[in-house]
Design a protein around this ligand. Sequence first.
Ligand code: NAD
Ligand code: DAU
Length: 377
Amino acid sequence: MNFERTLIITGGAGFIGSHVVRLFVNKYPNYKIINVDKLTYAGNLANLKDIEDRPNYRFVRMDICDFDGILKLMQEEKVDGIIHLAAESHVDRSIKDPFTFAQTNVMGTLSLLQAAKICWDGNWEGKRFYHISTDEVYGALEMTHPEGVEPPFTTKASSGEHHLAYGEKFFTEDLKYQPHSPYSAAKASSDHFVRAFHDTYGLPTVVTNCSNNYGPYQFPEKLIPLFINNIRHRKPLPVYGKGENVRDWLYVEDHARAIDLIFHEGKVGETYNIGGFNEWKNIDIIKVLIRTTDRLLGREEGEDMNLITYVTDRAGHDLRYAIDSSKLQKELGWEPSLQFEEGIEKTVRWYLDNQAWLDNVTSGDYQKYYEQMYAGR
Ligand code: NAD
Ligand code: DAU
């Protein structure tokens, strides 16, 4: 079969990657989509069950740090685009094991960049290296507010629009990088390498920095799926510190749509911030999760509030993240499709309807899926 384009999507068996792979496989039957994933604890092929037999999809189990393997694959498949999501992604794990984060996030990205540079060999026409990064590279924002006005209050983003916020400043693309955790330091370093390959060799790169994602298929070590699962089992909900930290939440399919748009229409060498101007204090989200989960389980709404358990704060816990996505909205016309209340309802419902997925992931059984699926092939 002849394909118009052949793309590698790295980390396609993970949370965001699986949504991006699904979107591209469904929307572009004329593209060959090669999902390159090492299948770490965070990679789960069951996330892609619905598209795994499509003629325009191929899965390759490979570590992105395997430079020779990546180069060979790119040459054999005549790859003309890379959408790079593979990473170690959990801040708490990075505090315990920073080496793995430096290895995958920095060396893995470098291996892909170098392979792309050699494979494309200065023939940049129609080629694209798209690196997916995070808002955490910008560090933490303060909770400043106008005198006499308590947050959340309305403030003006650079687009001129007013948004509910916990501080007057937002992350804009021109901000200096100030990462605090080993995770964000490794992501920041990988971003610098991507830009260095653009500036030094002319590699056609684009970088995006997105806020916190939520939605189906997120590994239940992250706040939202972990807490839904704990509420379901009536286990304690470990709230770090006072639960006052603010995160800016985006439904994962809106991120995937932004990636599609930017991959095709974003300007080479540019950076775009992605976020929905949707700031929430952790404790307020947790209360929404409890009320929604209780209601959908037929319990009395709010009866599980007593599961809230304040625990020692995360080391170096960033206070507030808030993305200004005006550039993306103005230049490429992207905007989030879902209101948060709608997205949270959908998300809680998905985890409750997919208890087998959650049980499989929490028991570790999902890691046998690959061996069973590919046995004898
Ligand atoms: P995830 O942890 O759910 O998935 C990561 C995937 O990468 C897994 O499938 C894993 O098997 C794979 N992987 C890890 N190391 C690998 C290696 N060495 N070689 C090949 N594959 C490897 O992550 P996620 O939350 O989906 O995040 C995806 C990307 O988006 C990451 O780059 C992350 O930094 C970025 N990001 C995430 C968020 C968020 O809220 N989750 C927000 C902004 C940006
Ligand atoms: O901002 C984008 C980032 O969002 C991504 O780059 C990361 O890959 C992704 O993991 C996420 O990072 P956070 O650290 O913000 O996500 P997490 O779900 O781990 O935590 C969200 C908030 O909830 C944070 O303030 C810490 C707090 N928390 C988290 C857990 C797991 C708790 O209070 N208790 C918990 O048990």
